[in-house]
Design a protein around this ligand. Structure first.
Ligand code: FEO
Length: 391
């Protein structure tokens, strides 16, 4: 971990995790990630903002041991990829206080057994002076847990946001550059932030009032054009979805695949953008990214053991958990002799405020009547997207 200067007395301490490929035992990390801590040296006091993932202990502590004194350890978020090394920092710097939001206190004491006497709670809007530098704390719940807060460094106009505006990207660059950073930010938004869209809108309004030159998240590079990422967050959280249909599918003996092929063509012919993913080979992050903008989700699944294929059920579970802006949902696939696939999948989508379009289930290989039903489904999607003003 090389300490990088951001501004006078302000340093980035990035633990770059080049090789990590899975987060939370679920989320693919095709480009690794980083856990960024920041050091702010004021004329009177020094603050460390967040720590690192416990897997990066050696890397993190090597740099930290060169620091003489830490008065405040600011914990924006209790998840262990930022908080996991707090106990070690408190031990290394016995003079330091752990500065947290009121919910942060509960969460950190529960997860890390931090002694209460080391904790200093700050309120929403409260300021803390380091001498010639002032930290202002703003509560921003649900980016990504209920306790999350951000820190605004007034004199330098830097906003430290932890998960908010982060991106899973291991890079030697200090600042986000190019379309690839935006794509990584969208993937991150889709996987981590999308379930909290309504509170993100409120948090965006809150930080909009600040004069910010740099957004410094705790994953990936920093944003020296804060407007760019704030506008993207606005686009991803608010307003209508786009004329896009997401089609994750699984096929066992090709009948469902034939239906998926037919429906894909029928939708493209009608001017609808199709994002198609074969399960389980697909990177889940790509499905999540497609769901950020999509208006319609159609799942393709055979009936197996009386219900949906487990991979299709997993895709439905994921879509329900991520709470995208979807308006319409349907299902296509084949069956051998019966089952409850439609009821099962519908029951798994209770978080989504969607209209269910007539599913198309074919017995065995699809026949002419099934292709006609797929044409009717494509026509229904077209009409619905037109009525929503998406075309
Ligand atoms: Fe990067 Fe929610 O932790």
């Amino acid at each position: 971990m090389l300490k990088r200067k951001i501004s006078e007395g302000v340093f980035l301490l990035p633990s770059v995790d080049w090789d990590r490929r899975l987060f939370d035992s679920l989320i693919p990390l095709p480009d690794g990630t980083s856990y960024n801590a920041y050091l702010i040296e004021g004329s009177e006091k020094t603050a460390l903002l967040d720590t690192s993932d416990p897997t990066m202990r050696e890397v993190f502590l090597r740099e930290l041991k060169r620091i003489k004194r830490i008065d405040y350890l600011i914990a924006h978020h209790g998840e262990q990829d930022h908080s996991g090394l707090i106990p070690e920092v408190l031990e290394l710097f016995p003079e330091s206080k752990l500065v947290v939001s009121s919910k942060g206190k509960e969460i950190l004491m529960a997860h890390l057994r931090i002694p209460e006497e080391r904790v200093q709670v700050v309120g929403d809007g409260e300021a803390l002076s380091l001498g010639n530098k002032t930290l202002e704390f703003l509560y921003t719940p649900w980016v990504h847990w209920p306790e999350t807060m951000v820190t605004y460094l007034r004199e330098d106009k830097i906003l430290f946001t932890c998960d908010f505006f982060g991106l899973h990207l291991a890079t030697s660059k200090t600042y986000a550059r190019g379309d690839y950073s935006l794509e990584a930010a969208k993937r991150y938004f889709a996987e981590i932030m999308m379930p909290f869209r309504s509170t993100i809108e409120k948090n965006l309004e809150k930080v909009k009032t600040l004069d910010v030159s740099i957004i410094a998240p705790s994953h990936g590079p920093l944003w020296d054009n804060p407007q760019l990422i704030m506008d993207k967050y606005r686009e991803w959280t608010s307003g209508a979805p786009k004329n896009i249909m997401v089609l994750p599918f699984v096929s066992m003996h090709n009948s469902t695949r034939i239906m998926v092929d037919y429906l894909t063509d029928a939708l493209i012919k009608r001017g609808i953008q199709v994002e198609r993913f074969e399960l389980p080979q697909t990177d889940l992050g790509k499905i999540a990214m497609a769901l950020v903008d999509a208006a319609t989700l159609i799942l393709g699944t055979p009936t197996v053991l009386g219900g949906a294929h487990p991979y299709a059920a997993f895709a439905a579970f994921l879509a329900n958990a991520l709470r995208p802006r979807l308006r319409f949902v349907s299902l296509i696939g084949s069956f051998g002799w019966g089952g409850k696939t439609v009821e099962q999948i519908s029951g798994m989508l209770s978080n989504l405020k969607v209209e269910i379009l007539e599913p198309v289930l074919a017995r065995g290989l699809p026949k002419e009547e099934d292709f006609q039903a797929l044409d009717r489904l494509a026509e229904a999607v077209l009409e619905k997207h037109r009525n929503e003003g998406l075309i």
